[in-house]
Design a protein around this ligand. Structure first.
Ligand code: HEM
Length: 319
């Protein structure tokens, strides 16, 4: 065998590895020597949290989305406000709504006890979101690791980058496209609304006459706990069929005009996503596969790596 033919494959592999390291990419085995048990620790802590309150799987998944969409998956949403710093927790889409911070704290202290100052809060959130979905019956995926934690957070970016429940289809498509996510990914990721709860103030308009593309008996049921005035924080399941089961019922609801938010129903309202919604509504396996792929992509949004950022010791404050 000639020199080139025997060494070329090795060279290609070496160059690839070098390129990965140089470009600061995430990798599945990032902690395999420094914290080999991190995945087990996160999984069992999430299993406990979800057993205590199934909704927690949903709350952590939403935290991860809100982290990644605001300057990347860098744990910035986890920072508490201080007298001299106003972060993302108090931004419009998060205030009195984002939850699960105490669960992340619990996991972080268990991970710190096993591997001090090694695993970032951003990576813990990525793993916990994946595990919550799986624990509620959804798909799983490989989480690539090596994210580092931001030393700052942006309230203004949180206010402007996250979609709201009144968003139109074109706004949703452009907000996701701003993050490099196609309309197809947007529609797949929206399937996260197959789990969790929402406050009346976010869907009142839709169920009290604001929307015509709504099933009348569904609207009537929702109005019982979400009246025209008052009860702003009363909760309703986002998926009327199976709110603690990660399945494709969300899309079936949309086809039946039982989407809870105006923004949900926009995905099935005679526009470009109708056929994909129909496909997911009848093919749960296709939805599960696309959701897993989209979550991996969401988790890759502008991570801080290598010497950027830090590994926070307490997820609520910078070191
Ligand atoms: C497409 C645009 C989206 C809009 C407009 C939107 C909006 C909302 C709103 C208004 C709530 C209710 C919050 C509350 O009542 O306190 C909510 C809940 C939730 N969202 Fe979204 N969301 C979107 C996309 C996503 C994505 C991409 C994910 C995850 C991949 C996600 C996961 C969740 C989950 C799991 C909940 C329930 C949280 C809980 O029960 O604590 N959402 N969303």
């Amino acid at each position: 065998m000639g020199f080139l033919s025997s060494t070329f494959p090795t060279l290609v592999v070496l160059l690839y590895l070098l390129a990965c390291a140089a470009s600061g990419q995430l990798s599945a085995n990032f902690y395999s020597t420094t914290c080999p048990n991190v995945q087990t620790i996160v999984r069992s802590a999430m299993a406990q949290a979800v057993a205590k309150e199934p909704r927690m799987g949903a709350s952590i998944l939403r935290l991860f989305f809100h982290d990644c969409f605001v300057n990347g998956c860098d744990g910035s949403i986890l920072l508490d406000d201080t007298p001299t710093f106003t972060g993302e927790k108090s931004a419009g889409p998060n205030a009195n709504s984002a939850r699960g911070f105490d669960v992340i704290d619990t996991i972080k202290s268990q991970v710190e006890a096993a591997c001090n100052a090694t695993v970032s809060c951003a990576d813990i959130l990525a793993l916990a979101a994946r595990d919550g979905v799986k624990l509620l019956g959804g798909p799983t995926w490989t989480v690539r690791l090596g994210r580092r934690d931001a030393r700052t957070a942006s309230q203004s970016a949180a206010n402007s980058n996250l979609p709201g429940p009144g968003s139109s289809l074109s706004t949703l498509i452009s907000m996701f496209s701003n993050k490099g996510l196609s309309a197809r990914y947007m529609t797949a990721l929206s399937g996260a609304h197959t789990i969790g709860q929402a406050q009346c103030q976010f869907f009142r308009g839709r169920i009290t006459g604001g929307d015509t593309n709504i099933n009348a008996s569904f609207a009537a049921v929702r109005q019982q706990t979400c009246p025209k005035t008052g009860g702003d924080s009363n909760l309703a399941p986002i998926d009327v069929q199976s709110p603690i089961m990660f399945d494709n019922a969300y899309y079936q609801n949309l086809v039946g005009q039982r989407g809870l938010f105006h923004s949900d129903q926009e995905l099935f309202s005679g526009g470009s996503q109708d056929s994909l919604v129909r496909l997911y509504s009848t093919n749960g396996a296709k939805f599960a596969a696309d959701f897993a792929k989209a979550m991996a992509k969401l988790g890759n949004l502008s991570p801080l790596t290598e010497t950027n950022g830090e590994v926070r010791l307490n997820c609520r404050k910078v070191n």
